[in-house]
Every structure is written in C-alpha cells, then in structure tokens.
Ligand binder design. Structure first.
Ligand code: AP5
Length: 192
C-alpha cells in the first residue's frame, strides 16, 4: 500500500507539520517545495538566487523553475511510486502539469488534503514562528502577501481536485495529533 498525496492549504495551516507525519506513516518521501527552495537559497545556487526575491516578497517562484525542481525530485528513473507533496502544485499550470505527468505514469494522486484554518489563527501561528525561528517571510507584511497569493492563485485548485473526486477537507485546528488522526481517517477510503 502506497500513498500519493498532496497537502493543499494556506500558509501556516500545518502542511509541513502534518506532511512529515503522513510521509512517515506511509513510508514515502515528504517533498516540500518551500524546503527545497530554502535549501537552494541557503546553498547559494543559481536556483536559490532566482527564487530568493520572490520568496522574500511572498510571491510565487516562477512555474518553470518549480516544475524543474519537483521533476528532478520525483522523476526517477524509476519515478517515485509514493510521496507526500507539500506546497506543490500551487498554480493551475503546476496542477495541470502534475496531472499529465501522473497520468502518463499511472501515478495520479490518491488524495488531496485541504487543511481548514481561519485567517487569524494562520497569522498568529506564523508570527509566533517568525519570533521563535526567524524565517524571513514570517513577518506581518509578507504573511499578508502570502495569504493573498494563496487566495488568488492556489485556492482555485480546490475546485480542480474536487472535480476529480479526490479532495478531502479536514479541520486543521486543535492538537497536532488530533488533526493527524482526522487526516488518516479522511484519506483511508482513497488509498490503494
Ligand atoms: P512554503 O514553505 O510552502 O510556505 P507556506 O505555504 O507559506 O507554508 P508554511 O511553511 O508557512 O506553513 P505550513 O502550512 O507548512 O505550516 P507548518 O506546518 O509549517 O513556501 C514558501 C515560499 O516558497 C512561497 O511563498 C513561495 O515563494 C515559494 N514556493 C513554495 N512552493 C512553491 C510552488 N509550488 N510554486 C511557487 N513558489 C513556491 O506550521 C506553521 C506554524 O504553525 C509552525 O510554527 C507550526 O509549529 C505551527 N503549527 C502547526 N500545526 C499547529 C497546530 N495544530 N496548532 C498550533 N500551531 C501549529
């Protein structure tokens, strides 16, 4: 039994927190585009140099760059059979590209998990992390920009996956363990 899942939710909703657990539970890699990009920035690669300005402003990094990054991580050969994607796809172009890739290789997603958390709680979580961990984009101005970008460019993907019958919406508030149990219960009917 493997899992190909995507966590699709606003900044601060818990994609990283829950994605790590989900990947461990199903023994598949957790691929977070934000983490991959931050590593490129830290390493000073040309990808990182291109991405940094977009990330600091809370804008999305160009699709072509992200598609190359994810393609390298999952393409193989052989292509990864199972994975938990976190933060990708994030635009309709990325979603359509991922869908075509999956169809060609019999590796479409089993489930897309949407974590529902109110805006005030999202901002509170991110400001808290900004104060504790110092992530550059966790400041009030950039948080608002990220939330705006999410609403305009990423939220429309919910309908894309709802139409394909693989969207599961989960309450993303409360204790981390409780949310994880909700996710496992919600995706169970979708997994091989
Ligand atoms: P990315 O790293 O994906 O950031 P994000 O979407 O803004 O999400 P976060 O990492 O802030 O939040 P999360 O939902 O993972 O929540 P987490 O578990 O960390 O992307 C960063 C940037 O990279 C983008 O702005 C863009 O520029 C670029 N990028 C990335 N992917 C891209 C793509 N596909 N295309 C183009 N550009 C792309 O939790 C947040 C905090 O809340 C943590 O401190 C956590 O401890 C806490 N927390 C978690 N759960 C709970 C809970 N239940 N209760 C209380 N606190 C909680």
């Amino acid at each position: 039994m493997t899992l190909r899942a995507l966590l699709l939710a606003a900044p601060g909703a818990g994609k990283g927190t829950q994605g790590t657990r989900l990947a461990e539970h199903y023994h598949v890699p957790h691929l977070a585009t934000g983490d991959l990009l931050r590593k490129h920035v830290a390493d000073g690669t040309s990808i990182g140099q291109t991405a940094q300005g977009f990330m600091d402003r809370g804008d999305l990094v160009p699709d072509a760059l992200v598609l190359e990054l994810v393609g390298t991580a999952i393409a193989g050969p052989p292509p990864l059979e199972g994975f938990v994607l976190d933060g990708f796809p994030r635009t309709l172009e990325q979603a359509e590209s991922a869908f075509r890739w999956g169809q060609d290789r019999a590796r479409t997603f089993h489930a897309v998990v949407s974590l529902r958390v109110g805006t005030d709680e999202l901002v509170r979580r991110l400001l808290h992390r900004g104060a504790e961990a110092g992530r550059m984009d966790d400041n009030e101005v950039t948080i608002r920009a990220r939330l705006d970008v999410y609403e305009r460019l990423t939220e429309p993907l919910l309908a894309f996956y709802r139409d394909r019958g693989i969207l599961v919406a989960v309450d993303g508030t409360g204790a981390v363990d409780e949310i994880f149990d909700r996710i496992l219960t919600a995706i169970a009917p979708h997994v091989d």
